[in-house]
Design a protein around this ligand. Structure first.
Ligand code: GLN
Length: 193
């Protein structure tokens, strides 16, 4: 399985390490040519405004957007979730806008901008998994095409719409591999189509 990690800005190395532990071929994507031949791509955490600008500057934007619309599995963590959202409550600039969710950036405010939680997420694993939030967005509304995977205190923090997966939190910053395993499973299903 060959999985890309968008490597324009943000937390790339941790995703790559998790993918390697799960025996994937992990590819850092910095140029549009590097989008070819992938079974899936991860959009990492970082700063969504910066990553959005770099997506446009590198010419990756349109090609990636089309591939996602055609079914390329994609997983947006944190800033990556913001890039995929069709609506951003508190930002005028939208980015790839392929997923029918509305998100709120920096939704937990500056007082508790980072925190840890633990949750069992039925679709993903049997045991509870650790969740790391860093200046995280959450989802404020979803279309009925969207499957809600996890909520923390009534806020939606993980969701899936077909080939698109988003999480407010960062599984790559924990030792737990279950979320990466789940995404690789999605990539495998789409590869057979
Ligand atoms: N606060 C960042 C943004 O709005 C996201 C933070 C993260 O990815 N850890 O883009």
């Amino acid at each position: 399985m060959r999985i890309g990690v968008l490597a324009l800005q943000g937390g790339v190395a941790e995703h790559i390490n998790h993918l390697i532990k799960l025996n994937c071929e992990a590819v850092e994507v910095r140029k549009k040519e590097e989008l070819e031949g992938l079974n899936g791509i991860i959009l990492p955490g970082g700063e969504s405004t910066t990553i959005g600008k770099l997506l446009r500057k590198t010419g990756i934007f349109d090609i990636l957007r089309n591939k996602i619309l055609e079914g390329l599995p994609v997983w947006g963590t944190c800033a990556g979730m913001i890039l995929l959202a069709k609506d951003i409550e508190n930002d005028n600039v939208k980015h790839l806008a392929t997923m029918d969710i509305t998100v709120r950036r920096n939704a937990y405010g500056s007082q508790i901008d980072s925190f840890l939680a633990e949750e069992s997420i039925e679709a993903v694993a049997n045991e509870k998994i650790p969740l790391v939030f860093i200046r995280a967005p959450f989802i404020t509304s979803v279309d009925d095409k969207v499957e809600i995977l996890a909520k923390i205190e009534e806020k939606v923090v993980a969701a899936r719409q077909g080939n698109m997966l988003v999480t407010s939190f960062h599984p790559e910053l924990t030792d737990n591999l279950e979320f990466h395993r789940y995404f690789i499973g999605i990539c495998g299903k789409y590869a057979k189509l």
